[in-house]
Design a protein around this ligand. Structure first.
Ligand SMILES: Cc1cc2nc3c(=O)[nH]c(=O)nc-3n(C[C@H](O)[C@H](O)[C@H](O)COP(=O)(O)OP(=O)(O)OC[C@H]3O[C@@H](n4cnc5c(N)ncnc54)[C@H](O)[C@@H]3O)c2cc1C
Length: 320
């Protein structure tokens, strides 16, 4: 691209899943399409998804129920999902060679359990549709004039197109390339950018003791989020203690609520290690333990009750 000017029908900025989908669709409709990616490869974040397995979509085909999971943004998403929802996503991936399966909580994964396969299939589809992909090209500026974008400026060279699509991701996980700088460039063109909020992220805990539990994983824990003495939301699932706080699917699901609540004040998180047992059943279990281990110290009596950091063979750090 060095010092060159190139013209296209559609220029897509960002080679994550959104940018690749946009480029595939534009090219399918006959547009001469370029995809500009600042990394040396596409879909860096996509490769991390679902712990490397890529949770492609959710097999909730009732769109009203589906958007109910998106809090206040649900109604905004309804139209988009009506045009291209979970069903269409499954069909699309099936057509490009990614057969899917449905797991717990209706989560849809590729049968191969491989996010890399998903990326490869999208890449092949772009190639088939003759999308031009530029790697190691960072958009440095967006030039606006006469009521429209005139061009986008790269480190060396520039691109003009009749239409521009910006798919540069949010701000989470900047190591994968989505560092958020493009939002300021787009704002200059008169678009309103809503304040970015964390969602689907691990949760930082301020208490220092959390570090001591780093590596401890809990299976099917009940996590509840509280504020001002009131329980606001709960989720059940796997949870992992990290060096900075909590992670794992259940925690990540709750992160948006926690982000919202933190604007009002302190948030407390409670973890129920055995959400399937009632208080009475737990008492019974502890009593039985005391009976069975009556010659042992209290610590050892409870040894098979709470999860332990050391000695758990399946204590793997899941990344989600
Ligand atoms: C650990 C983890 C696990 C996840 N698991 C799942 C899951 O299982 N299922 C799921 O649905 N979602 C999951 N997500 C969320 C999912 O990864 C994102 O929603 C998705 O990647 C967003 O796609 P995107 O194309 O909008 O942005 P991104 O994937 O962030 O892609 C943006 C692209 O734009 C490029 N870019 C940015 N700025 C510029 C610039 N100036 N010039 C050129 N290029 C630029 C970046 O390099 C990047 O390649 C997970 C996220 C993380 C972090």
């Amino acid at each position: 691209m060095k010092n060159k000017k190139q013209e296209f029908d559609v220029a897509v900025v960002g080679g994550g899943p959104a940018g690749m989908m946009a480029a595939i669709r534009a090219a399918e409709l006959g547009a001469r399409t370029v995809l500009i990616e600042k990394n040396s490869g596409l879909g860096e974040k996509l490769l991390l998804t679902g712990n490397g397995r890529c949770n492609l979509t959710n097999a909730e085909f009732d769109l009203k129920k589906l958007v109910g999971h998106y809090n206040k943004n649900g109604s905004f998403l309804f139209h988009a999902f009506s045009v291209f929802g979970p069903k269409e996503t499954i069909v699309f991936f099936g057509k490009i060679g990614i057969k899917t399966k449905i797991e717990g909580e209706q989560r849809v994964f590729p049968i191969s359990n491989s996010a890399a396969d998903v990326l490869e299939a999208m890449y092949i589809e772009m190639k088939k549709k003759k999308v031009i992909v530029l790697y190691n090209e960072e958009v440095k500026d967006v030039v606006f004039g006469k009521g429209a974008i005139e061009k986008i400026v790269l480190a060396e060279g520039e691109i003009t197109a009749r239409n521009y699509i910006f798919c540069t991701g949010g701000k989470s996980y900047p190591l994968t390339g989505s560092s958020g700088e493009v939002f300021q460039m787009i704002e200059k063109t008169g678009h309103k950018i809503n304040a970015l909020e964390p969602a689907l992220v691990p949760i930082r805990i301020k208490e220092d003791w959390i570090k001591e539990l780093q590596g401890l994983s809990l299976e099917n824990a009940g996590i509840s989020v509280w504020q001002f003495g009131k329980k606001i939301k709960t989720a059940t699932g796997d949870c992992l203690f990290t060096h900075f706080g909590l992670s794992g699917p259940a925690v990540i699901d709750l992160s948006r609520t926690v982000g919202d609540l933190l604007k009002n004040g302190e948030v407390k998180i409670f973890i129920d290690l055995n959400p399937s047992l009632s208080q009475g059943q737990i008492e019974e279990k502890i009593k039985n333990n005391f009976k069975d281990y009556h010659n042992k110290s209290l610590k050892n009596c409870l040894a098979d009750f709470p999860p332990r950091k050391n000695g758990l063979s399946d204590c793997q750090a899941f990344k989600y």
